[in-house]
Design a protein around this ligand. Structure first.
Ligand code: THU
Length: 132
C-alpha cells in the first residue's frame, strides 16, 4: 500500500481520536477505514455512563461506512493513547467484511510517526462464520 495513503489514513485516525467521548476511561481512540473506492470513514469511541453501552472507534467507523452503502474495505488505521490493537469484538465485526490479509495500522498519539502493522487473519485466527 502506498505510503502516502497510509499516512493520510493515520492522520485521519488521529483527528477522529480528538472527538472521542472517553470521559470514563480517559482512553481516546480514533479509527479511519478506507474503502475500495478510496473513501475514508472515521470513528471514535463513544462511552456511556452505563459503561457496557460504550462503542469502540473501529465499529463506529465501520457502521458509518455501511450506512453510506460501502462494504468493501482495504485498510484500517487505529490511533490511541498507546499502540492499541482492536478488541476482540471489533475483530469479529471487521471479519464480517474483511479478509485475512486486511491490514490494520496502529499508532500512538505519543509517537504518531511510528506505525505497527497487523493483519486481521493474525489478530483473529479461526474467525467465526457460517452460511445462512
Ligand atoms: N476502545 C476502542 O475504541 N477500540 C478498541 O479496540 C479497544 C477499546 C475504547 C473503548 C473504551 O471507550 C476505551 O477504549 C477503553 O476501553
Amino acid at each position: 500500500m502506498d505510503d502516502k495513503v497510509v499516512e493520510s489514513l493515520i492522520r485521519q485516525a488521529l483527528e477522529a481520536r480528538m472527538n472521542a467521548h472517553s470521559r470514563y476511561s480517559g482512553f481516546s481512540v480514533g479509527a479511519a477505514l478506507l474503502t475500495e473506492d478510496q473513501v475514508t470513514y472515521r470513528g471514535c469511541n463513544v462511552e456511556n455512563a452505563s459503561y457496557g453501552l460504550t462503542i469502540c472507534a473501529e465499529r463506529v467507523a465501520l457502521a458509518n461506512a455501511v450506512t453510506d452503502g460501502r462494504q468493501s474495505f482495504v485498510a484500517l488505521a487505529v490511533a490511541a493513547n498507546d499502540i492499541t490493537a482492536p478488541c476482540g469484538a471489533c475483530r469479529q465485526v471487521l471479519a464480517e467484511f474483511c479478509k485475512e490479509d486486511f491490514p490494520i495500522f496502529l499508532v500512538s498519539e505519543q509517537d504518531p510517526n511510528t506505525c505497527r502493522t497487523h493483519f486481521l487473519g493474525k489478530l483473529l485466527p479461526e474467525r467465526f462464520s457460517f452460511n445462512p
